[in-house]
Ligand binder design. Structure first.
Ligand SMILES: Nc1ncnc2c1ncn2[C@@H]1O[C@H](COP(=O)(O)OP(=O)(O)OP(=O)(O)O)[C@@H](O)[C@H]1O
Ligand code: NI
Length: 358
């Protein structure tokens, strides 16, 4: 959601989730693959944070590490995740399951896979309700399920209760998944590319629904996407990931207006109507089992200098309040104005107008 950032105070007590030094690696046949490599980000109460980046940058692994959905082994999660003052990284699997039922719900890209094809939609929600609270009778659970289906915009909810998954369209299935996620009244909804498989119109409807539900229930949303158009529609803040690292993070207006990292700038230039079209950024991500020294993006960056190819990924620098960037050019002794791109500034203006018009 955009436009209410003037009401955000940015104080720590409204933090919902704080992720610090998160590192998730996998043992593979080609050696250790560090999918998420020492990243920080947070979600505040009631806001939408979008994690954005190309395929393979570690978005899914980062979000699935929050509640320990990554299988360990072969995975290994390090670092700390605080959720409302509780340290999830120290919890047992059983405690985490409790959190997944109540505090933090996930919805995934492909509802097809997350559903059981042998049970009606209604009974799947009833089951979720009764797992959540086993004192609820079938009748009560059925009423609540119909209510939830209605709430997520399934027309004739009570008549559709006994229908099977294959009788629902892709968009409707995603609505049902959202209904299931709402069963435990989550404080945080993690949505991993939930609209990627849907056509643009249906995608817009689902995004509208999430916005409405957020207003109604006040939940925070952590939304994974590679589509900056989607980001413009729903994000309050953005985390830009590349090759397991965070390149830039901050308020959506600041980043669309003044994208600081060359990677973010390239992503924005790929937005339709902003010059590059659908070709994407030339080049590809580094080998995740053997990432290069220095900035992970250096090989594809037109501004790379020798210092970008040595040492570690540059430390994040806070270039304005709540706007962090990991790029050599913002360090002492460098002049970040070399990164300015007139093509991008026009694009930013158009995008901003697009956002304000909405
Ligand atoms: N279970 C696993 N075992 C080994 N490697 C994995 C595993 N899961 C993910 N990876 C690797 O971790 C890296 C990050 O993957 P991830 O799925 O998080 O990317 P993503 O940003 O979500 O991409 P996409 O946009 O395609 O969903 C990739 O190199 C991927 O191959
Ligand atoms: Ni993913």
């Amino acid at each position: 959601m955009m436009g209410d950032s003037e009401f955000e105070t940015g104080t720590d007590d409204e933090l919902l989730v704080e992720v610090r030094n998160l590192r998730t690696k996998f043992k593979t046949d080609n050696g250790t693959l560090v999918a998420v490599d020492d990243i920080d980000f947070s979600v505040r109460e009631g806001e939408t944070v979008c994690i954005v980046g190309e395929s393979g940058s570690g978005k899914t692994v980062a979000t699935e590490s929050i509640t320990g959905l990554i299988k360990q082994p072969p995975g290994k999660i390090e670092g700390s995740v605080e959720f409302r003052g509780q340290n999830l990284s120290e919890m047992t699997e059983q405690e985490l399951r409790q959190i997944r039922g109540n505090g933090i719900a996930h919805i995934f890209q492909n509802p097809q896979e997350a559903m059981n094809h042998c049970y009606s939609i209604g009974w799947q929600i009833v089951e979720a309700i009764q797992i959540h609270d086993d004192s609820v009778s079938d009748t009560q659970a059925r009423a609540r399920a119909v209510d939830l289906l209605d709430r997520v915009g399934i027309a004739n909810a009570s008549a559709r209760f006994d229908d099977y998954p294959h009788e629902f369209s892709g968009g409707q299935k995603q609505r049902v998944m959202i209904a299931m996620a709402l069963v435990g009244n989550p404080d945080l909804l993690i949505a991993d590319e939930p609209t990627t498989a849907l056509d643009v119109t249906v995608q817009g409807q689902i995004l509208d629904l999430l916005n409405e539900l957020q207003e109604e229930f006040g939940m925070g949303i952590l939304f994974v996407t590679h589509d900056l158009g989607v980001v413009a529609e729903i994000a309050d803040r953005i985390v830009v990931m590349y090759s397991g690292k965070v390149m830039e993070r901050g308020d959506v207006f600041d980043i669309f207006d003044r994208p600081a990292h060359p990677y973010t700038q390239e992503l924005l230039k790929c937005l339709p109507g902003h010059g590059k079209g659908l070709g994407g950024i030339p080049g590809s991500l580094p080998d995740p089992t053997d990432p290069p020294d220095g900035c992970r993006f250096a090989d594809r960056c037109q501004h790379a200098v020798a210092a970008c190819r040595t040492g570690e990924q540059p430390d994040e620098i806070e270039i304005e309040s709540d706007h962090h960037v990991s790029c050599v050019h913002y360090g002492p002794g460098y002049d970040s104005t070399v990164l300015r791109d007139p093509e991008l500034e026009t694009a930013a203006e158009d995008t901003r107008e697009g956002i304000v018009d909405d």
